[in-house]
Design a protein around this ligand. Structure first.
Ligand SMILES: Nc1ncnc2c1ncn2[C@@H]1O[C@H](COP(=O)(O)OP(=O)(O)OP(=O)(O)O)[C@@H](O)[C@H]1O
Length: 630
C-alpha cells in the first residue's frame, strides 16, 4: 500500500511531467539557466579558494599587494559573477514564462471545456466552483514551476559540491554526505506535514469563491429582503475557515523552517571543526577549508528550493485533480456527422421524450427529478406552435431538448427527420435559435450583443431590431448601435434586454426559432407586435413559443398543453378550451390578468413612452398571473 505522501509525490511528479511536456522549450531554457547558476555557485567557492590560495595568501605573506594581483582577483570574480547572473536571469525569466504560459493554456482549456460540456453537467456544478477551477485551481497546479528550475539546478549544484568536497578531502565530503541527505529528509517530513493542510486550504479557497459568487449574483435579493447580515455572516464563516487553514499552513511552515535553515549552518560548523583538525594535522590548507565552508553557506539557501517544490506539490496535485475533473468530464454529449437541411422550413418532431434532472444531495447521492414523461409532438414546417402549461410543467426543459442543450433520457428529437444526436457539433445552432427565459447581455455595444461577432452589417442589425420592436429605443440611446450596455446589460430595462436578445436570434435567420418566455418583460401589445412582425418577416420559420398570454396563444397555429411533464392535450386553442379543463383554467387566468393590465393602463396613461412597455426588473408576467390565479 502506498502512503498518501508517496502518492502525492508520485502524482506531483506526473503533474510536473505534464507541465514540462506543455512548455518544453521555456522549461529547458530555465533549467539551463539554473544549471549554469548551479555550476557557477560551485565555481564561486572553488574560485574563492583559488584566489585565497594563489593571490591573497601570497599577498599576506609578502605584506604587500601588486596591481596585477588586484586585477586578477577582480577580473576572475567579475567573470564568475557575470556568468552566475546570466544563469539567474535565464532561470527566472524562462521559468516565469513557462509557468504563466501553462496558466494561460490551462485556463483556456478549462473555459473551452465549459463551453463544450452539456447543460446537464452545468446543472450539477455551481458557477463559483467553475470560477475557482479556471482560476485558483489552475494557478495552484502550475505554481510549482516557480521553484522547480531552481530545485533542479540545486541538484546539479549539490552533485558538483560533493564532487569538489571529495577532491578536497574525504572527511569533509563525509560531513557533506551527512548534512545534505538530512536536509532532504527534513524537507520530505515537511511535505508530509503540509500536504493535508494545503489540501484543506485549497478546498476552502474554492468555497470562498463559491459563496462570494453567489452573494454577488443575489445582491438584489439580499438587499431587497434585508439579508445583508446573514450573507455577511455566511461569507465570514468561510473566510475565517480559510484564514484558519492558511494560518495552520503558516504554522507548519514556521515549525519546519528553523530546522531546515539550521541544518546547513550546523554543517558549516562541522566543516570548520573537522577542517581545523585537518589543517592542524597538515592534511589541508586554510584555503581548502574556506572553500568547503563557503560551499556550505552558499548551498544553504538554494537547497531550500527542493523544499519549496516539495511544499508546492500537494497544492499542485489538489489543483490538478480539480482541473482535470473538468477537462476529463465527458458529459453525455456525443456528436454525429450529419448536417440539417438548409434553406427551407424545418419540421420538428419529438418522439416519446423523457428527461429527468439529476440532483446531487449533500452526501453526494444522485437523485432524479422527472421533468418530461413520454412527450410526443410534431410541428409542421413553417408552423407556429404555442407550448402552454403551469409553472414547472416542463416547458423550458422541452425547449432545451429541442435545441439539444440536453439529450433526452429516452426518446428522440428530430429536425427534418434527423435525430439531433446524429448532427455534427454546431450543426443544430446553424439552423435553430433559442431565445431563453433569462436574457444575457455581454458587456459590449448593442451591435456586438446582436451580432455576437458574426459579420452582419448595420442594415441587418437594424432589420432584426425592427422585427424585435427594439429599433425605436436603440435609436434613442446616446450612441445608438454603438451604445455600451454595461455588465449584463445593466443600463437597459428588462424588456429592452429581451428585445436585443430576440434580435440576436432573428438576425441569424433561423429555420427553427424557439422562444422560451422570451417576451415576458415586454408589454402585451409590444409582444403581439413582435410576434406578428416575426411571422411576416420570417414566414418560413418554424416557431415554437412557450406562451403565457392569450394574445400569443391566439397567434399560434396549434397549442400543446403540458402538465406535470406530460402532453395532456394538443390542438387549436378553441379545441383545447372546449375539452381540456386544466388548459381552460390556465388561459382564463391569463385572460383575467390581461384585462387587469388593460384596466391599469387606461388609469395610468402618463407613464413615459420609453418605459411603459416593460415590466420592472425581477417581475415577470408569470408572477402576476400566479397572483391573479391564487
Ligand atoms: N436544473 C434543474 N435541476 C433540477 N430540477 C430542475 C432543474 N430545472 C428544472 N427542474 C425541474 O424540472 C421541472 C420542469 O422545469 P421547467 O423549468 O422545464 O418547467 P417550466 O414549465 O418551464 O416552468 P416555468 O414556467 O416556471 O418556467 C420542474 O419540476 C423543475 O423543478
Amino acid at each position: 500500500m502506498t502512503s498518501p505522501a508517496t502518492s502525492t509525490l508520485r502524482e506531483g511528479l506526473s503533474v510536473i511531467a505534464r507541465g514540462i511536456k506543455g512548455q518544453p522549450r521555456w522549461f529547458s531554457l530555465a533549467v539551463l539557466g539554473s544549471v549554469i547558476y548551479g555550476v557557477m555557485t560551485g565555481m564561486t567557492a572553488w574560485t574563492i579558494g583559488w584566489v585565497v590560495e594563489h593571490e591573497i595568501s601570497p599577498a599576506i605573506a609578502a605584506g604587500t599587494v601588486t596591481p596585477q594581483q588586484l586585477w586578477t582577483i577582480g577580473g576572475v570574480m567579475a567573470i564568475v559573477v557575470l556568468v552566475t547572473v546570466i544563469g539567474v536571469i535565464g532561470r527566472r525569466l524562462a521559468g516565469g514564462v513557462a509557468m504563466f504560459n501553462l496558466g494561460a493554456m490551462y485556463r483556456q482549456k478549462v473555459t473551452r471545456q465549459y463551453l463544450r460540456l452539456p447543460l446537464s453537467w452545468h446543472h450539477r456544478h455551481p458557477s463559483g466552483q467553475l470560477l475557482s477551477n479556471a482560476n485558483a485551481d489552475v494557478e495552484a497546479t502550475w505554481n510549482v514551476f516557480a521553484p522547480l528550475p531552481m530545485a533542479l539546478g540545486v541538484v546539479v549544484m549539490l552533485a558538483f559540491g560533493i564532487v569538489q568536497m571529495m577532491f578536497i578531502d574525504p572527511w569533509l565530503a563525509v560531513v557533506g554526505l551527512t548534512v545534505f541527505p538530512m536536509l532532504f529528509l527534513a524537507n520530505v517530513a515537511f511535505q508530509r506535514a503540509m500536504s493535508p493542510k494545503v489540501t484543506l486550504a485549497q478546498q476552502l479557497r474554492a468555497d470562498v469563491s463559491e459563496v462570494a459568487h453567489e452573494s454577488f449574483e443575489a445582491a438584489l435579493i439580499v438587499k431587497s429582503l434585508g439579508r445583508e447580515d446573514h450573507e455577511a455572516e455566511r461569507f465570514r464563516e468561510v473566510t475565517h475557515a480559510l484564514r484558519d487553514a492558511n494560518i495552520e499552513v503558516g504554522r507548519t511552515r514556521g515549525r519546519f523552517d528553523p530546522a531546515i535553515e539550521a541544518i546547513p549552518t550546523i554543517g558549516t560548523l562541522a566543516v570548520l571543526f573537522v577542517g581545523t583538525l585537518r589543517v592542524s594535522s597538515g592534511y589541508l590548507t586554510a584555503g581548502q577549508v574556506v572553500q568547503v565552508a563557503y560551499l556550505f553557506s552558499i548551498l544553504a539557501f538554494p537547497v531550500r528550493a527542493l523544499g519549496w517544490v516539495l511544499a508546492e506539490l500537494p497544492r499542485a496535485v489538489v489543483g490538478w485533480k480539480r482541473v482535470s475533473a473538468v477537462l476529463e468530464a465527458e458529459g453525455s454529449m456525443t456528436y454525429g456527422d450529419r448536417s440539417l437541411p438548409h434553406g427551407r422550413s424545418s419540421r420538428l418532431q419529438a418522439e416519446q421524450l423523457a428527461y429527468a434532472y439529476e440532483i446531487e444531495s449533500e452526501s453526494g447521492e444522485i437523485d432524479h427529478n422527472p421533468a418530461l414523461v413520454d412527450v410526443t409532438l410534431d410541428v409542421a414546417p413553417g408552423a407556429t406552435v404555442a407550448v402552454v402549461g403551469p409553472t414547472g410543467s416542463g416547458k423550458s426543459t422541452l425547449a432545451n431538448l429541442m435545441m439539444r442543450l440536453v439529450d433526452p433520457d429516452t426518446g428522440a428529437v428530430l429536425v427534418d427527420g434527423i435525430d439531433l444526436r446524429e448532427v455534427r457539433r454546431g450543426g443544430v445552432s446553424e439552423v435553430a435559435a433559442l431565445v431563453a427565459q433569462q436574457t444575457f447581455m455581454f458587456d459590449d455595444s448593442v451591435r456586438g450583443n446582436v451580432t455576437l461577432g458574426a459579420p452582419h452589417d448595420d442594415e441587418a442589425v437594424w432589420r432584426a431590431l425592427n422585427v424585435a420592436q427594439g429599433a425605436g429605443f436603440v435609436d434613442r440611446l446616446p450612441e445608438a448601435l454603438d451604445t455600451h450596455v454595461g455588465e449584463r446589460g445593466a443600463s437597459l430595462s428588462g424588456g429592452q434586454r429581451q428585445r436585443i436578445a430576440l434580435a440576436r436570434a432573428i438576425i441569424r435567420e433561423p429555420q427553427l426559432l424557439i422562444l422560451d418566455d422570451a417576451t415576458s418583460a415586454v408589454d402585451p401589445s409590444v409582444e403581439q407586435a413582435i410576434l406578428s412582425r416575426l411571422r411576416e418577416a420570417s414566414s418560413g420559420t418554424t416557431v415554437v413559443v412557450v406562451a403565457y398570454r392569450m394574445a400569443t396563444i391566439l397567434l399560434a397555429d396549434e397549442v400543446v398543453y403540458l402538465e406535470g411533464g406530460r402532453v395532456l392535450d394538443h390542438g387549436t386553442h378553441a379545441e383545447l378550451l372546449e375539452r381540456c379543463a386544466g388548459y381552460e383554467r390556465l388561459v382564463t387566468a391569463y385572460a383575467r390578468e390581461a384585462a387587469e393590465r388593460a384596466a391599469l393602463a387606461s388609469e395610468d396613461d402618463d407613464i413615459g413612452a420609453d418605459f411603459d412597455d416593460d415590466y420592472t426588473e425581477g417581475e415577470t408576467r408569470r408572477d402576476r398571473v400566479e397572483e391573479v390565479s391564487r
